[in-house]
Design a protein around this ligand. Structure first.
Ligand code: AHG
Ligand code: MN
Ligand code: MN
Length: 338
């Protein structure tokens, strides 16, 4: 058998289905449809001011955040693309108050799709990397009409997760529970081509990623960790650390998956009643599954993120993820202070 020169997303998925039994035909269709939607979003992102896609939409989402035009466009593209295939029962998104059951004109499938249609909204208008994050769950058997409670499953039960990052290259990073694969969009062919079939995060790192402007609001274990990094060679860590912060989770986590590092968006006392800023079901969970599948770790303080039992669709979560040794250290600092 001749080795293929390049493997596109369809071939990768067919092989996952045929050779590894890792996915069903419906899950294959789902991932292909999401990838196609991301290509459309990528095109809109690239047009920028020429495509009338920049600026505010003039509306707020259910979380009280002002929506950008691209938040709304990306949400509509994903909804429309996924409606008709028969693979989904319902969808939910950062930009929708509640769940969106698939139109009853179409057959209902066994999967639930959650997404952050456009992550990094504050970076859209300044031409900095943004992305789309998605998570796939199975609807419980005999669920009947899909409801919000069907989406409230712990992250460890995700059957697939991924993101598409719109940067200098458009890349799709995917897990169907057998490691992490990276695809780069070949614009001439119009297809995603496999560029890394088994992504691994280096276990140790000298780079951290956090919004330092919130320092005075952090809890003691996070302060301790960052403070020790900042002390560099002269401090208890005995080495210098570097810092990077894009401000789009998708770009910061992408960097960490590519070359190691630790990303933190911890709870802070600006809004003490909320467990964090990022959303559990369509930001923290899919990123945590990817990171774990790449050999890293993801915690919300002392607890593993993928073990959190969700109680609400737009629930928030403290996030610390990336290179295993650093995340374990953070987890230990939190356990000690509990
Ligand atoms: P979104 O654009 O989907 O609302 O998410 C933005 C998130 C995340 O991408 C990023 O890590 C974080 O917000 C940055 O927030 P601050 O600039 O408020 O720290
Ligand atoms: Mn987001
Ligand atoms: Mn968003």
């Amino acid at each position: 058998m001749t080795q293929p020169k390049s493997i596109n997303l369809t071939r990768y998925l067919v092989e996952q289905e045929r050779e590894h039994g890792a996915i069903t035909p419906h899950l294959r269709l789902l991932v292909e449809v999401v990838a196609r939607a991301c290509k459309r979003i990528s095109l809109a992102v690239n047009k920028g001011a020429l495509g009338d896609v920049l600026g505010a939409a003039g509306s707020d989402n259910v979380q009280g955040e002002a929506q950008k035009k691209l938040d709304v466009i990306a949400n509509d593209v994903l909804l429309e693309a996924n409606e008709w295939g028969g693979h989904l029962a319902a969808m939910a998104s950062e930009e929708m108050d509640t769940v969106h059951p698939v139109d009853s004109h179409y057959p209902r499938g066994e999967y639930l799709l959650l997404f952050d249609p456009l992550d990094g909204s504050s970076n859209i208008d300044v031409d900095v990397t943004i992305g789309t994050i998605f998570s796939v769950l199975r609807i419980p058997a005999d669920a009947g009409e899909p409801e919000e409670r069907h989406f409230l499953q712990p992250g460890r039960d995700q059957v697939a997760a991924g993101y598409c990052v719109y940067g200098p290259q458009t890349q799709l990073v995917l897990t169907v529970g057998r490691g992490v694969a990276v695809f780069t969009l070949d614009r001439e062919q119009g297809s995603f081509v496999l560029t890394d079939g088994d992504l691994r995060i280096p276990p140790s790192t000298g780079e951290f990623s956090i919004n330092m402007s919130n320092m005075r609001h952090w809890a003691q274990p996070v302060r301790r960790y960052i403070d020790e990094c900042l002390q560099g060679k002269e401090g208890p860590r005995g080495r210098d650390f570097n810092m990077r912060w894009v401000g789009s989770m998708v770009a910061d986590v992408h960097r960490i998956l590519m070359r190691g590092g630790v990303f933190l968006y911890p709870w802070d006392k600006r809004e003490p009643g909320k467990p964090g800023k990022l959303r559990l079901l369509y930001e923290a969970n899919p990123m945590s599954l990817l990171v774990e599948q790449a050999g890293g770790a993801a915690v919300a303080g002392a607890q593993r993120i993928l073990d959190i039992e969700p109680t609400a669709l737009h629930q928030r979560c403290s996030v610390m993820l990336g290179s295993r040794e650093e995340v374990e250290r953070l987890q230990q600092y939190h356990a000690q202070s509990a």
